[in-house]
Design a protein around this ligand. Structure first.
Ligand code: IPM
Ligand code: MG
Length: 360
């Protein structure tokens, strides 16, 4: 039997990116040897450092190379020495747009009671997933300035939604909801103020009327209220589908419900094609090189990557190991205050995986 092998492009990126990626790869490689598959990793240097040295952001040829691979694994992008948004658009934006990664899947799961910032809400109540549209909205770069720098300046940024773009993420969200025990899907928009969101409402109702989704219960919520409910009644959510910008905002709030940015992971997906996995956190420049950043979000993103390429059992084992370490408080927090170094956290997860495999 031929060994299963997956080609993964690795972009460690800026700030704490390289440190957390190293730990995630340590864990993913341990899972590979336990579960009998291998990884062909190709590392790419795109980062603020690389740009300052070479003036190269991320060339087109790199995108062609990713298209030949199974997945892209990204650490973090963002460098305060560069103009705001330059490298984010050139790397994160380009990956999402040019690879047409139309779903940003962001699971919000609080793994242990003590991680929850909400009184009386823990793992039972905080367990939902956000399907954020990932290729349209205010992120398309359509807009500009008129009379820039004058008293008469006009600044315009268009929110673009296409029927195709809206429908495909809504369909993905229905499919996701259908596979979960609660089978509940909430559309989050701002249709009472943004007329264009009527397209979301109609598409949501039309797709939902299909026979295949008859057993999915639906709800719509305005984004302002949804933000409040995420804090007040997080248990009211199972699957959320929303626009790119609202999804961006709500998932930082969601990350805090999970315990912090140090545990929140995401998958940028085009089902059936090369997809990209990354922690939701940024490059955290002030922690760069200190070995203090918590790599759990990157490790969780690594698990999502394995799940996506088809190694479901390995992915579930990594998630289980992280959960046990947090519940037992062998890893006491998902932040920089865990008393553990970046590599100690990676080592603990790896050891837990191996111990579990030895028992099985
Ligand atoms: C995210 C980030 C990005 C976004 C930034 C880096 C452009 O906040 O992945 O959530 O806004 O999508
Ligand atoms: Mg964000």
């Amino acid at each position: 039997m031929s060994r299963r092998e997956y080609a993964v492009a690795v972009i460690p990126g800026d700030g704490i990116g390289p440190e957390v990626v190293a730990e995630a790869l340590k864990v993913v490689k341990a899972a590979a040897s336990i579960h009998g598959f291998s990884l062909k990793l190709t590392e790419y240097p795109w980062s603020g450092d690389h740009y300052l040295k070479t003036q190269v952001l991320m060339p087109d040829e790199a995108l062609d190379e990713y298209r030949q691979q199974d997945a892209v694994f990204l650490g973090a992008i963002g460098d305060p020495r560069l103009p705001i948004g330059l490298i984010e658009r050139a790397v994160v934006g380009a990956l999402r747009f040019r690879l047409d990664l139309y779903v940003n899947l962001r699971p919000i799961r609080c793994l242990a009671d003590h991680l929850s910032p909400l009184k009386g809400k823990g793992p039972k109540e905080i367990d939902f997933v956000v399907c954020r549209e990932n290729t349209e909205d205010a992120y398309t770069g359509i807009g500009g300035f008129l009379k820039k720098g004058t008293q008469d300046e006009v600044a315009i940024q268009e929110m673009i939604y296409t029927r195709k773009g809206v429908e495909r993420v809504i369909r993905y969200a229905y499919e996701t909801a259908k596979r979960r025990p609660r089978r509940k899907l909430t559309l989050v928009d701002k249709a009472n103020a943004i007329n264009a969101h009527d397209l979301w409402r109609r598409t949501f109702a039309e797709v939902g009327a299909e026979k295949a989704y008859a057993d999915v219960s639906t709800e719509v919520a305005y984004v302002d209220a949804a933000g409040m409910w995420m804090v007040k009644n997080p248990e009211s959510f199972d699957v959320i589908v929303t626009t790119n910008l609202f999804g961006d905002i709500l998932t930082d709030l969601g990350a805090i419900l999970q315990g912090g940015m140090g545990i929140a992971a995401s998958g940028n997906l085009h089902p059936g094609r090369v997809s990209m996995f990354e922690p939701i956190h940024g490059s955290a420049p002030k922690y760069r090189g200190l070995g203090k950043a918590n790599p759990l979000a990157a490790i969780a993103a690594g698990a999502m990557l394995l799940d996506y390429v088809g190694e479901r059992e390995a992915a579930a084992r990594i998630e289980g190991a992280v959960e046990r370490l947090l519940v037992s408080r062998r890893i006491s927090s998902v932040g920089t205050d865990s008393g553990l170094s970046t590599s100690q956290v990676g080592d603990l997860v790896t050891a837990e995986l191996k111990a579990q495999a030895a028992k099985a």
